[in-house]
Unconditional design. Structure first.
Length: 646
C-alpha cells in the first residue's frame, strides 16, 4: 500500500512544509470520524448508483461501443469529471479502509470502462469520441482539459493508494497528448475552467517528468491573451455584458491580477495551480500575486462561514463587500476550492492565517454542503433562507456531490505536516498519526472533544528512541486566550500563530493545550449592507445560525439580540443532529404585525416601548436544513449595535 497524499510536495524545493499521507493519520473522534465512516459506507455507494442512473458511466460505454448511445439524453460535455472525482474519493477511502471490498469492487468495475473508451492516440473525452475534427474546438465550454485534469488526479490518487497502474497509464497517455498538442510552437489556448494546471503539476511530482510542469506553466502564462472566445453569438453577448472573459479569469495575464473576480471555482482552482507552480519553481512573483489575491478575498469578499462567490449570475465573486445572505451563491465547490488553495499557501509558508481559513471553510462552508446522513447536497449555501432551500440527491450539473466526497475521504491529510526541523499540527481531533520524520517514526496521539471543547492533550511518542525536534502547534486566530503546558511548564502562546516547542522527545511526553472558546458576536464591515447592525454567533471554529424548528416563539427573521443579554453554550442531544454544542439565550421579537399589509411605514408608527422576550437556540450552520423546513439566518439584528450608540 502506497502513500495517498492530497498534494505531494514532499520533494518540492520551495514547500516549507511537507504533507503527510492520508493513510498516516487515523481519526477516532466523534466529529470527523463518523462523517468519514458515513461517506465510505453510505455516500460513495449511493453516488455510484446515481452515476449509473444518470449515465455518467454509460458515457464511457457509449464511447467504447459497448452499448448504443441514447440520442434523447441531454447531457453536459463535462460529465466525465463526475466519475473521475468519485474515483479519487474512493482511492483515498481505500488507502485506509483497505478491507472495504465493496468500494474496491466498484472501482475495479469502473476503471476498465474508462480505459476502454480511450482512443488510440491517448485522447479520452467521451463527448468527442471518434470526432477528431471537434477536438480542442471549444476550450471555453466543452472542458476537455478540465476533465483531463480530474482524470489525472484520480489516477494518481488510485496509484498511490492501491498501486493500481491501469488508470494511471491511461491518464498519462492523455497527458502526453496534451503536452504534444499545446505549446508555443503548436496550439495556443487555455482551459475555460482551470484544473488541468494543478493536475499536470501533480503528475510532474509523481513522475518527475518536467514536460508536465512546463505545460502547466504554459497554460497559466497564456491566460489573459484573449484567446478564448465563445463560439455561440448569444453566449458572446452574455459574457460581454458580464465583463467579457473576466468570467474565465482570462481578462488579463495572471501576473497582473489584483482582485478575486469571475467564476469563484474557476478563480480558486486557477490560484491552486499558480501556487503549485510557485512551490515547484520558487518564482516569488507568483507567490506575491497569491498574497494580493488572498488579502482581497479574505478581507473583502468572503462570507463569515468561509464560503465564497456572492452572485448567482455566473457563480461569481462580486464587488468588494458584496455579500448578500439570502441570495448568496457560496457554491459548495467554491468552499472546497478555498480549502485546497489555503492548504497550498500553508505548505508554502507555514503561516497560521492560511490554516485558520482552511479550518473555517472546512467546518462551516464545506460541511453545510452535505446532509448529516450523507445522502443529499447543497449546490449553493445561503446564509439566510425562508425555508424553501433543501438539499438535493443530485443535480444536472453534479460537480458538488462528487467533489465533497473527495475532501471528506481525505480530510485526515490536512491535520499534520513535516518541516526540516519538526512536526506541525494544524487541526485538532482525537486520533493517532504515525509520521516519518527523517527516517524515524514519531507517533502523535490527540485526545480532545474539539471543536466543541478547546482542551487538547497531545502525546508525542518517538518509537524506540529519543529524538530532538520541534513540535509546532497552531493557535487558532479565533482563540483570544490559549494556555499551553509541557509538564508543569507553561508556554507562551499568541493567537493566530504556531507555537514551537523544541526538546528531546521521549515516549510519554505530553502537551496540554487549553483554547478558550467564548461565544463571540461577530460584526462585518459596514459596507456589507446586508449585515448592517447585525451580528453572527461564533464559538471556536463553528459559525452558528437560528433555525425555525428550534425557535417556535417567533419567525427567526424577526428575532433581535440585546448585547447585554448573556448567551450560553451547552451540550444538547437533538433529534437528527445528535449531540452537539448549541447556543442558548434570550432574544427580542420585532413586532411584525405593525406592518400587516404595508411595505413601508413612517418611523414613528413602528416604535415600540417594550419588545417581547423569548428564549432562543442557535445551532451550527453546517447542521441546518436537516430537519423540518423552516426559515434560517446566520446574521441577527442587535438592538444596541455598538457603533450606533454613543
Amino acid at each position: 500500500m502506497g502513500k495517498a497524499y492530497v498534494v505531494d510536495t514532499t520533494r518540492s524545493l520551495y514547500s516549507l512544509l511537507k504533507p503527510v499521507a492520508v493513510n498516516d493519520v487515523s481519526l477516532s473522534d466523534e466529529f470527523w470520524s463518523p462523517r468519514i465512516k458515513t461517506t465510505i459506507e453510505v455516500t460513495l455507494p449511493k453516488l455510484y448508483e446515481l452515476l449509473e442512473q444518470n449515465d455518467r458511466i454509460n458515457r464511457f460505454r457509449w464511447a467504447s461501443g459497448k452499448i448504443p448511445r441514447r440520442p434523447e439524453r441531454s447531457l453536459y460535455p463535462f460529465d466525465d469529471s463526475d466519475l473521475y472525482k468519485w474515483i479519487e474519493a474512493c482511492a483515498y477511502a481505500l488507502s485506509y479502509a483497505k478491507e472495504n471490498a465493496k468500494i474496491r469492487e466498484l472501482v475495479n468495475d469502473v476503471v476498465p470502462e474508462i480505459i476502454a473508451a480511450q482512443e488510440d492516440d491517448g485522447y479520452l473525452f467521451t463527448e468527442y469520441h471518434g470526432k477528431k475534427y471537434l477536438r480542442w474546438t471549444d476550450l471555453t465550454f466543452a472542458h476537455e482539459l478540465y476533465c483531463a485534469g480530474h482524470l489525472i488526479q484520480a489516477a494518481i490518487a488510485l496509484r498511490r493508494a492501491t498501486g493500481d497502474e491501469r488508470l494511471f497509464n491511461a491518464a498519462r497517455r492523455f497527458a502526453d497528448l496534451i503536452v504534444d498538442t499545446f505549446n508555443p510552437e503548436s496550439l495556443k489556448g487555455v482551459s475555460g475552467h482551470p484544473e488541468i494546471e494543478m493536475a499536470l503539476i501533480e503528475l510532474y511530482r509523481e513522475t518527475r517528468d518536467k514536460k508536465y510542469l512546463e505545460t502547466a506553466s504554459f497554460f497559466l502564462e497564456e491566460r489573459g491573451k484573449n484567446l478564448l472566445k465563445p463560439r455561440k453569438k448569444e453566449l458572446l453577448m452574455l459574457y460581454n455584458l458580464l465583463g467579457g472573459a473576466e468570467y474565465f479569469i482570462d481578462h488579463k495575464p495572471i501576473r497582473k491580477l489584483s482582485e478575486m473576480t469571475g467564476h469563484a471555482v474557476r478563480s480558486l482552482y486557477l490560484n491552486c495551480g499558480i501556487t503549485d507552480l510557485y512551490l515547484e519553481t520558487g518564482d516569488k512573483s507568483l507567490y506575491d500575486i497569491m498574497e494580493r489575491l488572498w488579502d482581497n478575498m479574505v478581507h473583502k469578499k468572503m462570507y463569515v462561514t468561509g464560503g465564497v462567490g456572492a452572485r448567482y449570475i455566473s457563480e461569481s465573486f462580486g464587488d468588494d463587500y458584496e455579500l448578500p445572505n439570502e441570495r448568496s451563491y457560496a457554491e459548495t465547490c467554491a468552499a472546497i476550492a478555498n480549502v485546497m488553495w489555503n492548504w497550498r499557501m500553508l505548505l508554502a509558508t507555514g503561516d497560521a492565517r492560511f490554516a485558520d481559513i482552511m479550518e473555517l471553510a472546512l467546518y462551516n462552508a464545506v460541511l453545510a454542503g452535505i446532509s448529516l446522513d450523507g445522502r443529499k447536497y447543497f449546490y449553493t449555501n445561503p446564509l439566510a433562507d425562508s425555508g424553501k432551500s433543501r438539499r438535493q440527491e443530485w443535480f444536472p450539473v453534479a460537480c458538488c456531490p462528487t467533489n465533497i466526497v473527495r475532501i471528506l475521504t481525505s480530510v485526515q491529510g490536512y491535520f499534520y505536516s513535516i518541516s526540516e526541523d519538526g512536526i506541525w499540527i494544524h487541526l485538532y481531533a482525537s486520533g493517532r498519526a504515525e509520521l516519518n520524520y527523517k527516517g524515524k517514526i514519531i507517533n502523535i496521539v490527540q485526545e480532545t472533544d474539539y471543536p466543541w471543547d478547546g482542551r487538547i492533550n497531545i502525546k508525542v511518542e518517538p518509537v524506540n528512541h529519543s529524538e530532538e525536534f520541534s513540535v509546532y502547534l497552531r493557535i487558532p486566530g479565533w482563540s483570544d486566550i490559549a494556555s499551553i503546558y509541557l509538564g508543569d511548564k507553561r508556554i507562551e502562546a499568541k493567537p493566530g500563530t504556531y507555537v514551537e516547542i523544541r526538546k528531546t522527545w521521549e515516549a510519554g511526553d505530553m502537551i496540554r493545550m487549553i483554547l478558550q472558546m467564548p461565544i463571540k458576536l461577530i460584526t462585518s464591515h459596514p459596507h456589507v449592507t446586508n449585515n448592517f447592525a447585525k451580528v453572527a454567533l461564533k464559538r471556536g471554529p463553528i459559525v452558528y445560525c437560528l433555525e425555525q424548528v428550534d425557535n417556535p416563539g417567533a419567525h427567526v427573521w424577526n428575532i433581535l439580540l440585546d448585547s447585554e443579554d448573556e448567551l450560553s453554550a451547552q451540550v444538547e442531544q437533538l433529534p437528527v443532529l445528535g449531540e452537539i454544542v448549541v447556543i442558548n439565550g434570550n432574544g427580542l421579537v420585532l413586532d411584525g404585525e405593525r406592518w400587516k399589509d404595508s411595505l413601508y411605514l413612517p418611523l414613528e408608527k413602528t416604535r415600540s416601548k417594550k419588545l417581547k422576550r423569548i428564549r432562543i437556540k442557535a445551532i451550527p450552520y453546517y447542521a441546518w436544513a436537516n430537519r423540518s423546513p423552516g426559515a434560517m439566518t446566520v446574521w441577527i439584528p442587535v438592538r444596541d449595535y455598538p457603533f450606533l450608540t454613543d
